[in-house]
Design a protein around this ligand. Structure first.
Ligand SMILES: Nc1ncnc2c1ncn2[C@@H]1O[C@H](COP(=O)(O)OP(=O)(O)OP(=O)(O)O)[C@@H](O)[C@H]1O
Length: 219
């Protein structure tokens, strides 16, 4: 589904942050992306989300070579990807419910077809009593769970999550992991960037380890 071939990335004239990355993200696969702080995990997720272009090498996403994709087509391709940003990126003027429903609204779906799914997912992540609240009054962990629910609601082909359990307690982290695994069981490829060893030890999954910009894969 995604293929990287000798990919390198530098920001501006700075040093190369990612070096010679060659790997695949197969359809329906599940993997953790880990490595020390500053190793380039978020940068790699941004490449996977097509919000950054590599400075060298080739990336193909959903069978398309990234350098040939017109800018106008990127939003359509990105709709096939669910992403949980480290800083959540919720819309502050929309309620919790409306934030989670947004990807479905953007697709032109009727509210009656998804309302119960959104409510059920919000309940699952422990936010059943926060549906009409605006993000500014939510705690960090609550915001994180809204961002996760929004990324999952439309069953994307690929889910990218940047430290998705960084702000929640261990039982909730376990619950969120279960949600990702369930989504994966239904066919979504999942990439979770994390430092959380306890989380990674709960699943037998591929580990992609970034160290000083180089990637090692442990199947
Ligand atoms: N927009 C940017 N401009 C210049 N340098 C950047 C930019 N974004 C990230 N970097 C640099 O790239 C390197 C990798 O950063 P990145 O955020 O990808 O690492 P990370 O592995 O996700 O770190 P963490 O685990 O702390 O979130 C760091 O040295 C960072 O300072």
């Amino acid at each position: 589904m995604i293929h990287f071939e000798n990919v390198g990335l530098r920001y501006g004239m700075g040093p190369e942050i990612l070096k010679d990355l060659t790997f695949d993200i197969p359809k329906k696969s599940f993997q953790f992306l880990t490595g020390p702080s500053g190793a380039g995990k978020t940068t790699l997720l941004r490449l996977l989300f097509m919000s950054l272009k590599p400075t060298r090498g080739l990336i193909s996403v959903f069978g398309r070579e990234m350098s040939t994709i017109p800018r106008t087509e990127l939003p359509m391709l990105r709709r096939r990807v669910g992403i949980v940003f480290q800083d959540f990126r919720l819309l502050d003027h929309l309620t919790t419910y409306e934030n989670v429903a947004l990807p479905l609204r953007v697709r032109g779906k009727e509210e009656s077809t998804y309302r119960s799914d959104v409510l059920e997912l919000l309940k699952w992540v422990g936010l059943g009593d926060r549906i009409n609240v605006l993000p500014p009054v939510l705690s960090g962990g609550e915001k994180q769970r809204v961002a996760i629910a929004r990324a999952l609601i439309d069953q994307p082909e690929l889910l990218l999550a940047d430290e998705p359990t960084g702000n929640v307690d261990p039982p909730m982290a376990k619950r969120i992991l279960k949600l990702f695994m369930e989504l994966n069981r239904f066919g979504t490829a999942v990439v979770i960037a994390t430092h959380d060893l306890t989380l990674m030890d709960q699943v037998q999954a591929r580990r992609m380890i970034l160290t000083s910009g180089r990637l090692d894969l442990y199947e």
